[in-house]
Design a protein around this ligand. Structure first.
Ligand code: HEC
Length: 413
């Protein structure tokens, strides 16, 4: 028992023991911040302020201590102990303690001249410069009607030959109002007529009903990383394709809010073996009841795929729900009865819907079934509920309606 309490003492006081000398910004804190925070918290990126210099960080020391202790930052909402993903954003307990002790000690700067500032590219979060950058065709003026708006933009790639895309990065132009976007490939060029139009525009018969070969490719929300596919994997983009971007803008009242969002593409120089495929588990796959969320209820839906007709290698998952979302869990069951964990989010956060890429090749055998359990909270206890008192909510694109999508990307080997 005594031995145990000794170890407990060591664990909790480890950083204190190690740094009986001073913890300083230059020597201990800068590298934690530069690695885990600065990719987003620098000029031109999504973070609302820069965290680069000593002054930037010291000015918000207490706030940084708080957001790291409650693990609000760096943002990562999937449970760490269910499925394993790559490029996990997570501080270790040791790093969190170091920040706390440094703040409590008055945030000493340390030797100024030893500070190495990180080097980043502008216009991308990645280390390489994109092979192709596509911008909205013209500056888009965001409507001032204080309503949620969905607009379509068609971006011609003008590619003369087929390409293999190994990484894609969506860059929100108006960081305040671009709420999320959905990128598809239009190989028919039919959707060019929709460029710059609202999805409610009468000239667009009904988006989705137009006969085109639209292929969902990628979704983006603030804070989503650029997506770099696993070695040997790419998305094939055929010559002459257009990107069709559906951007959701938050309600706006201000004049002169403009958007010039863009997409960066990185091509593989070598031919690629595996073409990326998408599979979406969604409302229609729910088995226990219709997708309706009565007022004043917390309700769980169970969804189920068909038996997989072949073995697949799962690369990533991106869950999507709106403001009533509470939690979700998804897994596959193999014909032999084994459970393969795919993702678990205990506290759904509408503001941080990311694409999670699996750490190891996640093989799902032929004949397996993919399951999901998704829970919505349509009570007054949910602070994000758009209605008070709560309303019965059904499926739809607006954030006052609800959705359920689990977007899986996979390859067949
Ligand atoms: C993936 C991009 C990203 C990373 C990485 C990131 N942040 Fe943020 N951070 C944001 C965005 C976007 C916001 C504003 C939206 C929000 O609060 O969720 C934000 C907000 C904050 C806030 C204000 C929170 C509030 O309630 O207003 C603090 C403080 C902060 N970040 C600190 C950090 C620290 C410290 C780190 C590293 C340990 C970090 N962030 C890593 C993108 C990021």
């Amino acid at each position: 028992m005594r031995k145990l309490s000794f170890y407990i003492f060591i664990i909790f006081h480890f950083p204190t023991c190690l740094f009986a000398q001073k913890i300083t910004f230059t020597e201990h804190i800068a590298s934690i911040i530069h690695q885990n925070c600065t990719p987003c918290h620098r000029s031109g990126e999504v973070g609302p302020f820069s965290l680069v210099t000593y002054e930037d960080v010291a000015r918000r020391g207490k706030f940084i201590q708080k957001v790291t202790e409650i693990r609000y930052m760096p943002p990562w909402r999937a449970d760490h102990d269910f499925a394993e993903f790559k490029e996990v954003r997570k501080l270790t307990i040791g790093q969190i303690s170091l920040i706390r002790l440094w703040v409590q000690d008055g945030m000493p700067q340390g030797p100024k001249i030893d500070l190495i500032l990180p080097v980043f590219n502008t216009g991308t979060q990645l280390k390489e410069i994109p092979d192709l950058s596509l911008k909205l065709n013209k500056l888009f003026r965001i409507p001032t009607n204080n309503k949620e708006e969905y607009y379509l933009f068609s971006l011609p790639t003008n590619l003369k030959e087929n390409k293999f895309v190994k990484a894609i990065e969506f860059r929100a132009g108006n960081k305040k109002l671009v709420h999320h976007s959905r990128i598809s490939v239009d190989t028919t060029q039919i959707m060019r007529i929709t460029d710059g139009k609202s999805i409610d525009d009468p000239t667009i018969a009904t988006y989705g009903k137009i006969k085109m070969k639209e292929e969902f490719w990628s979704g983006w929300v603030p804070g989503n990383n650029p997506i770099v596919y696993q070695e040997g994997v790419a998305k094939q983009l055929s010559a002459g394709s257009d990107l069709l971007i559906n951007i959701h803008y938050a309600p706006n009242l201000l004049q002169n809010e403009i958007d010039s969002s863009s997409v960066n593409l990185y091509f593989s120089k070598e031919p690629i073996n595996y073409d990326l495929k998408t599979f979406i588990l969604q409302e229609k796959d729910i088995t226990n009841q219709p997708f309706e969320i009565p007022a004043d209820t917390v309700i769980t839906f169970y969804a189920k795929s068909v038996e997989l007709p072949y073995e697949i290698t799962m690369l990533s998952v991106q869950p999507h729900m709106h403001l009533l979302g509470k939690s979700l869990r998804s897994f596959a069951i193999t014909p032999g009865g084994d459970l393969i964990p795919l993702i678990k989010i205990s506290n759904w956060d509408f503001d941080w819907q990311m694409t999670y890429q699996y750490k190891e090749e996640q093989k799902i055998p032929f004949g397996s079934i993919i399951y999901a359990e998704v829970t919505y909270d349509n009570t007054t206890k949910n602070p994000r509920n758009s209605f008070s008192p709560p309303h019965k909510t059904t499926s739809g694109w607006n954030s006052t309606q609800e959705m359920f999508n689990l977007i899986f990307q996979y390859i067949i080997k």
